[in-house]
Design a protein. Structure first.
Length: 353
């Protein structure tokens, strides 16, 4: 699916809610779109399936510009795009089977055909034993399963999920994400996951776009977005997930410029195999640095390790350029993020060296 230069303005006074958004979502991918509240995520989804007419731009689904369609052709094309929501949108007057049968009824399928097509869908989402239950008898996770089954009824090529797990507890969220990944693999279905939580995307989305004030400010593999966040918005989503930011107590001690008694503070991002290398030991033995670790952790994105380590390169002195180029040669990303005044102990040791 291609989103080409999509814009949406509701009122000239308020300005554009979507501003020249372009994205390529590859068939069979799980593609995340993350943004703060009000960033324009739901508007983007509604423009993709044309519940809302974009002010400009095109949406290409399976090679077809659906923004050019009207009436019956548009309704037909829309069937190729399934959608699930935060609040499940399950009709309380219908049973589980009745809810899943709705899209078939709307499409005018004969009753016998509907009776044949509903059970496999319930099976797929793990609700085979709940066919006759009413929504009031279901948990949130089960209601979302009904939503998923209903969205898949007409064999869409794309499933749009707008905050589909936001109303669920963490364990149920994981179960629903596992179900989506399962469906993605089994059916080869393209999934667009819209969320304000990076946790939701970390393990299942191959690519992520960061939306801010209606613009795409970053797009790339989930790993790269997590490992190398460039914008403040991208960073803000990673708090708690990846240790890019220092705890405030430590941050306060950093100086922007070196002073007589300071050492540089390095932030090293370890990716892939380097995450397992004894980098710190090497800094000690090759460069006679006494690293003082301020902050760090290793996380996993999918199955790739991603480590962020912030350390004071005590005693590095004039060897700093050599240290930086050595770390770069190991394909680590390294950055001097400030300077720390040497502690009394380090000063004493520095004098000895
Ligand atoms: N129909 C509308 N008419 C006017 N303004 C709208 C309309 N729909 C959305 N907006 C405005 O567009 C902006 C983006 O809203 P949108 O619902 O797309 O954000 P969102 O990223 O989905 O936020 P959330 O995370 O809270 O769901 C908001 O400022 C909102 O007020
Ligand atoms: Mg929204």
């Amino acid at each position: 699916m291609q989103i080409e230069r999509l814009s949406k303005t509701f009122s000239q006074a308020a300005g554009p809610v979507l501003d020249d958004v372009s994205l390529t979502i590859r068939p069979g991918d799980i593609h995340g779109i993350i943004g703060r509240s009000g960033a324009g995520k739901s508007t983007l989804v509604r423009c993709i399936n044309l519940l809302e007419r974009p002010s400009a731009g095109r949406v290409i689904v399976s090679g077809r510009d659906i923004t050019a369609l009207r009436g019956r052709a548009l309704r037909q094309a829309r069937r190729g795009i399934g959608m699930i929501f935060q609040h499940f949108n399950v009709l309380s007057a219908y049973t589980v089977a009745g809810n899943v049968a709705l899209p078939f009824k709307v499409a005018g399928l004969p009753r016998a055909e509907i009776a044949r097509r509903v059970p496999p869908l319930l099976e797929l989402v793990g609700l085979a034993d709940k066919a006759d239950a009413y929504p009031s008898e279901l948990s949130g996770g089960q209601k979302q399963r009904v939503g998923i089954a209903r969205a898949l009824a007409l064999d869409p090529s794309v499933l749009l999920c707008d905050e589909a797990t936001s109303a669920l507890d963490p364990e149920t969220t994981d179960q629903i994400l596992a179900l989506l990944r399962d469906i993605n693999r089994k059916l080869g279905l393209t999934i667009v996951l819209i969320t304000h939580e990076m946790e939701v995307l970390r393990d299942i989305a191959g690519r992520v776009a960061v939306l801010d004030h209606g613009r795409v400010v970053k797009e790339g593999t989930t790993f790269d977005v997590l490992a190398f966040p460039k914008s403040a918005v991208a960073r803000s989503f990673l708090a708690g997930l990846v240790a890019h930011e220092l705890p405030p107590q430590v941050e306060h001690q950093l100086l922007p410029e070196p002073v007589a008694d300071s050492d540089p503070v390095l932030r090293i991002v370890f990716t892939g195999h380097a995450a397992h290398d004894p980098i710190v030991a090497e800094l000690v033995s090759r460069f006679q640095i006494r690293p003082n670790i301020l902050h760090g952790r290793i996380d996993y994105v999918g199955d790739r390790p991603l480590g962020v380590l912030t350390l004071v390169a005590s005693g590095v002195g004039g060897r700093l350029p050599a240290v930086l180029s050595h770390l770069c040669s190991l394909e680590l990303s390294v950055e001097v993020i400030g300077h720390a005044v040497r502690s009394v102990a380090a000063r004493r040791h520095g004098a000895a060296v």
